[in-house]
Structures are given as structure tokens and as C-alpha cells.
Design a protein. Sequence first.
Length: 128
Amino acid sequence: MVHAWFPGYRPAVNAGSNVSSTHSGTAEWDNGRPSKQTQLLIGFAGAFRRSELVALNVEDLEETPEGLRVAIRRSKTDQEGHGHVIAIPRGMIACSVAALKAWLEAGAITEGPVFRPIAKGESPAWPV
């Protein structure tokens, strides 16, 4: 799309980038920190506040063919706690839905908080 307005435009290639796109539409991360990358992808895709992101539970997630439905139980702008649902579509380059699914499977997380503290030595601080 940028090429239509700027002929000859070539995006700069960042040699320090840690995301490599694959043909399957998922992202492969090469620095071994799936929790932080998943938080960034989901947080950006859903435009979540930090407090909303860390308050997510597995029960708040619903996977659909189009992507993911995330129920926000309470937020800064929803003081009464009525809640609302945010839709997150599947991505082409870095799929936040696939990253979240991989995070839940890797951590064997089936209930409770989606993102759990990681202690020194990369072990979960939350009881498994």
C-alpha cells in the first residue's frame, strides 16, 4: 500500500529483529521468551491496558474460526464492571492467536491466569 504513494519505497530491514515470518502465517521467535512476546502480540492486537492484560484468565478466551474473542471483565473505563468483548483477528505475519495458543499449550495452562510470573531460571512462579 505504501508503494502506491511512494514509488521506489523499500522498507528497511532491521538486522536486530527477533521475529521471522514463515509461510504458515505464524511467527517464530528466536530469543526464547514466549511469554513476553505473546503478551506484546495480544496486548497490541487487542489494544489492552497493562492491567487488562495481566487480569486475563483462560475462561475469558474463546477461539473462533476468525480469531479470538476476549472478555474484559473490568477496565479503567468500565468502573461498574459490566465488561465487554474484544475480537482479535488472526494475523498474517505474527499471529497473536497462534502465539497465545502455543503459550497456553507450552505452559499446560487450562485454567486461571493466562500470564503467570516467571521466576529466575525460567521456571513458573505459579503452581502448575
